[in-house]
Design a protein around this ligand. Structure first.
Ligand code: PMP
Length: 378
């Protein structure tokens, strides 16, 4: 199938801008500037074995250099407690979600366990949960509307995809189980409020560094039995996780950490500063265009002290959760489709179609066209 838009080669007036997916290509200019320091070379004879050199008896496929760099970056950013936690690696945090549900539900006595998340929830959750039509668990919808007993797993996404809100578990802490999806708890998106300390925390390279194509996610897990069940799921699902990807991820994470621990004298860019700067500029332009159009609204956030930047910082979510305020527009996704901008309707997030989610993480070229199109609406 041919593409009718190509970033970097000029985007035509009628070309389609796809801001439906959260493809984090926005970060590419940083990695271009870093150059060879982030380049990975793996010889033909290396990393051939299924197993890693790690003597981790739980996650036997975890590459030690990757595990070390994960722990190091969390320590530098101070966004999640790692001491005494098991690190489990997966093919994106998507596989981690499957592994987590499997692990938590397997050790429950009553099945199927209800899986819930407060609306607006990440649009992939219902599909991921019900994909296997598992007898162990099933999707039970909006956590706010859940009326069942303690037989539940709540997916808590914080900062939340799609609306950027800081979320806390909605259902009682004494009952059920919680999984904290922390894909966006990084300084470019949100002020760091200190280390999160939940039982199960999921992270992904896709949103932390922009390397969605490397397909790597990880979980920090307190309970040994849960960690063991998660690793078992990955063993039976994919017999481990690509060593090549883990080596690449370790290199990428190391560049970011080195940038803060050993800053270069020439003032070389630092990753979270780069990301925050870029998102701040995009949000400023989007808010202005939205205000001038008078047809839409966006969530508002108050500045908070960021423990990482050591100053008050704004929230700049990876998605704009935009509401069409004009009564004449009853399908906001369709409205944007008519100006050749693909967005994702609120109906996929458990709310109405007056909302759309728009990626803020695409290329500069696509973002510029998007702003132009909004600005030229009558
Ligand atoms: N959780 C959330 C909240 C996400 O936004 C995403 C990516 N859109 C994922 C999980 C999955 O990420 P990955 O690319 O690591 O599978």
């Amino acid at each position: 199938m041919a593409c009718n838009y190509t970033a970097g080669f000029g985007i035509g007036q009628d070309s389609v801008i796809n801001l439906d997916h959260g493809d984090p290509t926005m970060f590419a200019p940083f990695w271009k500037e870093v150059g060879d320091d982030a380049t990975v070379k793996i010889s033909g004879w290396e990393k051939m074995s299924y197993t890693s050199s790690c003597d981790d008896d739980i996650c036997w496929f975890l590459e030690p250099e990757f595990a070390n760099e994960v722990a190091r970056l969390h320590r530098i950013v101070n966004n999640a407690a790692t001491d005494g936690r098991y690190i489990i690696v997966g093919v994106g945090s998507t596989q981690m979600i499957h592994a987590t549900l499997h692990a938590l539900a397997s050790i429950e006595l009553r099945h199927p366990v209800n899986v819930v998340s407060a609306a607006p929830y990440y649009s992939m959750y219902p599909g991921i949960v019900d994909l296997m039509k598992s007898g162990l668990y099933h999707w039970a919808g909006d956590a706010a509307a859940f009326r069942g007993d303690d037989n539940f797993i709540e997916l808590v996404c914080s900062p939340n995809n799609p609306d950027g809100a800081i979320r806390h578990a909605m259902l009682g802490k004494e009952a059920g189980k919680r999984v904290h999806d922390m894909a966006y708890y990084w300084p470019q998106y949100s002020p760091m409020r200190g280390p999160a300390d939940h039982d199960i925390m999921l992270f992904t390279l896709s949103k932390a560094t922009g390397h969605a194509g490397t397909r790597l996610g990880w979980a920090l897990v307190k309970n040994k039995e849960v960690a063991r069940e998660m690793a078992k799921f990955i063993t039976l699902n994919t017999i481990g996780v690509s060593k090549d990807s883990q080596v690449r991820a370790a290199t990428i994470l190391k560049v970011i950490s080195d940038g803060y621990e050993f800053p270069k004298p020439n003032g070389a860019p630092q990753f979270f500063h780069f990301g925050q700067h870029k998102l701040a500029d995009r949000w400023r332009r989007l808010r202005r265009a939205v205000q001038e159009s008078g047809q839409f609204s966006l969530p508002r956030f108050s500045p908070e002290f960021c423990e990482f930047f050591k100053e008050y910082a704004e929230t700049y979510p990876g998605f704009a959760w935009l509401r069409c305020e004009d009564q004449k527009i009853n399908d906001c996704e369709d409205f944007f489709k008519r100006i050749n901008v693909l967005t994702r309707s609120g109906k996929h997030f458990g709310v109405g179609q007056e909302y759309v989610r728009i990626s803020m993480l695409d290329t500069d070229a696509n973002f510029d066209v998007f702003i132009k199109r909004i600005s030229s609406l009558d």
